[in-house]
Design a protein around this ligand. Structure first.
Ligand SMILES: Nc1ncnc2c1ncn2[C@@H]1O[C@H](COP(=O)(O)OP(=O)(O)OP(=O)(O)O)[C@@H](O)[C@H]1O
Ligand SMILES: [Mg+2]
Length: 270
């Protein structure tokens, strides 16, 4: 199972990008699981799963933690995936880490550790369902990498806007990803209005221009968001969707994902 994390400053387009690429892959027949580790939990909604329908890992972390001690990861992994995730209309399995509900209610370390264990389980022979790829949509900033979640992931998809502030967060994120032996970085320059952003931003972040792609600034993205629509369905011919398809291809090359041969029929939401 390949593993990809989206990182970057707040509001740069992590959720839009990851959800669009995950949807494109699922529609090609890949088996996809996504983890929403952002406490504000936008990913499930973006994939068409109503907010309240997803029981989060954080909601039941005490119970899960207890059972984990008793039964081990294989048993609880299967159960958590069955009971604490949803499958979108495109067949994407969505696992939501969840938020800490109360002020002073603790940090997110424990749920992040559970996500780490679940990812190991899903990629192991003990898991009956074989996933081609897992995406982790992270909260803003380098925090999530500081907790070691993405250790030895196949790709860090660093989202950035073409601004110095955004570049600074991306630079930190790339450094941390290297510390965690993440195998590749792809700088995705979002809301870009100039070809020159590739040279300028990759150099500011400390990556090569070949490790960067750009997604054009496109009002279709904002319109789709405002109307609660899926971008790739509402505006399939838009600049942003074309650029997202190119970014997906680049990720596939970087992580060594082979072409899809079998076209699976995607599942219905349940
Ligand atoms: N290519 C684009 N062109 C124009 N607007 C965009 C583009 N990509 C994303 N946006 C807009 O930017 C905003 C933030 O996008 P998104 O929620 O995907 O960012 P995020 O990095 O996940 O944010 P957060 O840090 O809050 O999780 C949204 O309003 C979205 O519509
Ligand atoms: Mg987000």
């Amino acid at each position: 199972m390949k593993t990809v994390i989206s990182t970057g400053k707040g509001g740069v387009g992590k959720t839009t990008t990851i959800s669009s690429i995950a949807t494109m892959m699922a529609r090609e027949g890949r088996k996809v699981v996504v983890f929403d580790t952002d406490p504000s939990m936008n990913l499930a909604m973006t994939l068409g799963i109503p907010f309240m329908e997803v029981p989060t890992i954080a909601d039941e972390r005490d119970e899960i933690g207890r059972e984990l001690e008793e039964d081990g990861i294989s048993e609880i992994g299967r159960k958590v995936i069955e009971e604490h995730s949803k499958v979108s209309a495109d067949g994407i399995r969505v696992v939501v880490m969840g938020a800490i509900e109360h002020g002073g209610g603790g940090c997110l370390c424990a749920p992040i550790n559970l996500v780490k264990m679940l990812l190991n389980y899903l990629g192991s022979d003990r898991c009956e369902e074989k996933y081609d790829i897992a995406f982790v949509d992270s909260q803003a900033g380098p925090e999530i990498l500081g907790r070691g979640l993405a250790r030895e992931f196949d790709c860090n998809a660093v989202l950035t806007e073409p601004t110095p502030k955004s570049a600074e967060v991306s630079r930190q994120v790339v450094k941390m990803a290297k510390d965690l032996d993440v195998k590749s970085n792809l700088l995705i320059i979002n809301k870009s209005e100039s070809e020159e952003d590739i040279e300028r931003m990759s150099s500011a972040v400390g990556l090569r221009p070949e490790e960067a792609v750009r997604i054009r600034y496109d009002r279709s993205v904002i319109r789709a968001d405002r109307n609660g629509e899926t971008l790739i369905d509402a505006y399939p011919e838009s600049d942003a969707v074309k650029d997202l398809a190119a970014a997906k291809k680049k990720i596939e090359q970087l992580i060594g994902m082979r072409n899809v041969r079998i076209h699976r029929i995607s599942g219905r939401a349940r």
